[in-house]
Ligand binder design. Structure first.
Ligand code: URA
Length: 431
């Protein structure tokens, strides 16, 4: 049996005692964990030590590179067009990838979006797209490259070959209370994005009640760490810090989020969804060497819609097919005249999830027609009896639990009262 280069217990003690791990130590740790030599309980102790004591920038870089080295890397060098990607840390009603990918690709830039399914209250992009009849998330490598060449935009399932060490480590963090460590989140996200081979990346890092990193200062630190990691790896990287205190847009679910995305691609849609789509598109296009194009015009003149239709058809979907609707609906109305002053993202995300739009376990199916349609946003004047939101599900027994999640999460106040939305949609830009 080959002699191992290090003793994992020494490495755990080093981190426990606030020491610094060297590049060879981190390379060995990730390799030994991936091949099963380091046991889950040892890695759990290590991740808790990292959670409690943090890591220096060089250690985070080494961890990211070691996770990339654990699997395959893609290359778009032969594509003949620039590539640019976007990653969002996830939020309630966050359907931005759907209008954004075809919008950016409509300018001749390739957008390879390897996406995931949702777990918990933030929905997954693939779950949303799977509500389109016929659309399939799994593509072979050949199909993936062919679609990038012909259409430019691809949103598909990430294979397990990219950064497999991250897959194993993330599952362990999930069950050991160590997800929320900035060094671990930053290396996890960036190892997959760098392995994916994009030359430019825009990060949408969210803060606020519906974000998984709620504190603005911590989400800024996460954004700065990821931008640094991308830049060090030769990927042009910019981050926007965006507000997730209020649901994004008016639709929370799957099919209804596709409907809203199509509205944006047709030149309409809610102002916040349009604003964030346009801001992210401008960043992506600037990084890809196209800073001067008219992004807004592409939403109103059909250019982005054409690319959307090609993108959906290329993956077997019918862009003209009717989208699924749920069997049952329940409308919640305003109990007084006034102004909607609060609408908290997290409870609305949890309620949509309880209605069946999300899943509690990886293997569960989602209800594509389930979710919530909002009829008013914070700042809107409402009249007693006016619908505030409609809940949709196939299973009416779910309404009660969804309503429980929503207790105290929205409020009608008086004209002139402060709106509880946590400030502007785009709080900062980090490069
Ligand atoms: N998303 C990831 O891919 N990794 C994390 O650690 C957190 C969110």
């Amino acid at each position: 049996m080959a002699v191992e280069a290090f003793d994992v217990v020494d490495l755990i003690r080093t981190k426990r005692d606030r020491g610094v791990l060297s590049t060879p130590q981190i390379n060995w740790l990730i390799d030994a964990y991936t091949r099963g030599y380091v046991a889950d309980e040892q890695m759990a102790a290590m991740t808790m030590a990292i959670y409690l004591n943090g890591m220096q920038r060089a250690e985070i870089r080494d961890l990211t590179l070691a996770m990339i080295a654990s699997g395959e890397t893609l290359s778009f060098a032969g594509l003949g067009k620039p590539t640019t990607d976007k990653h969002s840390t996830g939020g309630v009603g966050d359907k931005i990838t759907l209008p954004l990918a075809p919008l950016v690709a409509s300018f001749g830039v390739a957008v390879p979006q390897l996406s995931g399914r949702g777990l918990g209250h933030t929905g997954g992009t693939l779950d949303k797209l799977e509500s389109i009849p016929g659309w399939r998330a799994a593509l072979s490598n050949d199909e993936f490259y062919a679609q990038l060449r012909s259409v430019g935009a691809v949103v598909c399932a990430a294979g397990s070959g990219l950064a497999p060490a991250d897959g194993k480590l993330y599952a362990l963090r999930d069950i050991t209370g160590t997800v929320e460590a900035i060094p671990l989140i930053a290396s996890s996200i960036m190892s997959k994005k760098i392995a994916e081979g994009t030359s430019a990346l825009v990060l949408d890092v969210k803060f606020g009640s519906g974000a998984f990193m709620q504190d603005p200062a911590r989400s800024r630190e996460l954004a700065e760490t990821m931008v640094q990691l991308g830049t060090d790896a030769g990927v042009r990287t910019v981050a926007l810090l965006t507000n997730m205190n209020v649901p994004l847009g008016l639709a929370i679910g799957n099919a209804n989020e596709v409907r809203e995305s199509v509205e944006v691609l047709a030149g309409g849609g809610p102002a916040d969804v349009v604003a964030l789509t346009v801001a992210l598109a401008r960043e992506m296009l600037a990084l890809a060497g196209r800073p001067d194009v008219d992004v807004e015009a592409a939403l109103t003149n059909g250019q982005a819609m054409d690319t959307w239709r090609k993108m959906i058809s290329a993956q077997g979907g019918d862009p003209d097919a009717a989208l699924p609707t749920a069997r049952e609906r329940h409308v919640v109305t305003a109990d007084r005249d006034g102004v909607l002053v609060a609408q908290q993202a997290l409870p609305f995300g949890i309620a949509a999830w309880r209605l069946g739009a999300g899943r509690a376990r990886k293997q569960d199916p989602v209800q594509h027609g389930a979710g919530i349609d909002l009829h008013a946003k914070p700042g809107d004047t409402v009249r007693a009896g006016q619908p505030l939101f409609t809940m949709h599900t196939d299973d009416g027994a779910r309404f009660e639990r969804a309503l429980t999640a929503l207790e105290g999460s929205y409020r009608i106040g008086n004209a002139g009262e402060a709106i509880e939305n946590g400030g502007p949609l785009i709080a900062a830009r980090i490069e």
